[in-house]
Design a protein around this ligand. Structure first.
Ligand code: NAI
Length: 338
């Protein structure tokens, strides 16, 4: 039976996240940014990375699976490169601070490549790419996740759901934000289905026998998006966000759920490009807006109402939820308000 939903106004839900994190022992500045990331996801309908993660973060904080007194520092390693040392703090704050460094560098140097070294899970990574786009930059960010995906043709998991996000400003309105797990679906979508009592399509995941399953509770591993293509992409992301930074890779990445007291040591890589260093920035922005207009003008195919640009539907969800409140499984709402 489908689980009951509670519709919560954005600010109230954000406050519940913040309070839960602080009460679990996470210092306020980390709790602020983590709550921002969680509401960023939920208000866009990316329910895999919002309320559904609250209890997990709380349990990991209590288990000291994050460094709660980290020494964070940025090391410039070349004219356009650097490493942000996260000291296993909660990833949301670390990845955000690293992107701040990357934006500042790209504004002056034209491009910045900043590795983020040793942090906890950093949530919906589109947040960081969008952070740069809001400053007029084009950005790409990739990160590691724990091994829960069968490689193409394999029966055991090896890579994580290693996501990639790409954002660009346009001349007017919201940035374009493409943000995806390299699996058919993110692991959080399985959690979301579990919490809401829903079945999943048989193309998302396999059970412990390596067979496709529609039962979210039977999922043992996820499937790569588009077979060998998603698999290839997740491997390259692991190389950029992990091996390049000398971090554990593939099946050696620490599990998210097994030992909550163990530091994750995850890596992420931000690449930020200042369009002004590659031609006329105004013309660039105008061209992106023209591209969007032309895509919107393409007649929809059967079953579709229109062509959307990446991230557009998520932006529309913000408006929708402003009216209705954000849907949260009652079980999670009760947990947050107990
Ligand atoms: P998704 O499948 O819901 O969307 C992927 C992309 O496709 C989005 O940019 C979306 O705007 C676009 N899209 C979807 N429908 C569209 C349509 N009709 N027209 C145009 N564009 C459309 O996202 P997915 O793969 O489920 O990822 C969810 C989140 O999980 C992401 O925010 C990702 O960063 C996060 N994630 C984080 C991980 C971590 O370890 N930190 C691991 C894996 C995922």
């Amino acid at each position: 039976m489908a689980e009951e939903l509670v519709y919560v106004p954005r600010e109230a839900l954000r406050q519940l996240f913040f309070t839960q994190l602080v009460n679990s022992g996470l210092p306020e500045k980390f709790s602020e940014k983590t709550a921002d990331l969680m509401i960023f996801a939920d208000e866009r309908g990316i329910h895999s990375h919002g309320a559904v993660r609250a209890e997990y973060y709380s349990n990991r904080i209590k288990a000291k699976g994050y460094n709660l007194q980290p020494t964070l520092h940025f090391e410039q390693t070349g004219p356009c490169s650097g490493i942000y040392h996260g000291d296993n703090a909660i990833g949301h704050y670390v990845a955000y601070k690293a992107m701040e460094e990357a934006i500042a560098m790209a504004k002056h140097k034209g491009i910045a490549v900043v590795g983020v070294k040793e942090m906890g899970h950093s949530g919906a990574i589109g947040y960081y790419a969008r952070q740069a786009a809001l400053e007029g930059m084009v950005a790409l960010t990739v990160c590691q996740s724990d091994p829960m995906v069968v490689p193409f043709g394999g029966a055991k998991p090896y890579f994580g759901t290693n996501p990639i996000a790409f954002a660009t400003p346009k001349r007017e309105g919201k940035p374009i934000l493409f943000d995806m797990a390299t699996t058919v679906q993110a692991w959080g979508k399985i959690l979301d289905a579990r919490s809401k009592g829903k079945m999943i399509p048989d193309t998302w995941a396999v059970d412990d026998q390596g067979e496709p399953t529609t039962n979210p509770h039977a999922v043992a591993a996820l499937l790569p998006a588009a077979g060998p293509k998603g698999y290839g992409l997740m491997m390259m992301i692991d190389i950029l966000a992990g091996s390049l930074l000398g971090l554990p890779f593939g099946q050696h990445v620490t599990s998210m759920y097994k030992d909550l007291s163990e530091y994750r040591r995850l890596g992420q890589l931000h690449i930020v490009i200042n369009p002004a260093f590659f031609g006329d920035a105004d013309r660039f922005l105008a061209q992106i807006s023209q591209m969007v207009d032309e895509l919107h003008a393409i007649p929809p195919s059967k079953g579709f109402d229109q062509v959307y640009y990446p991230g557009e539907i998520q932006e529309m969800m913000i408006e929708k939820y402003r009216e209705s409140g954000i849907p949260v499984a009652k079980e999670i709402y009760d947990y947050l308000t107990q």
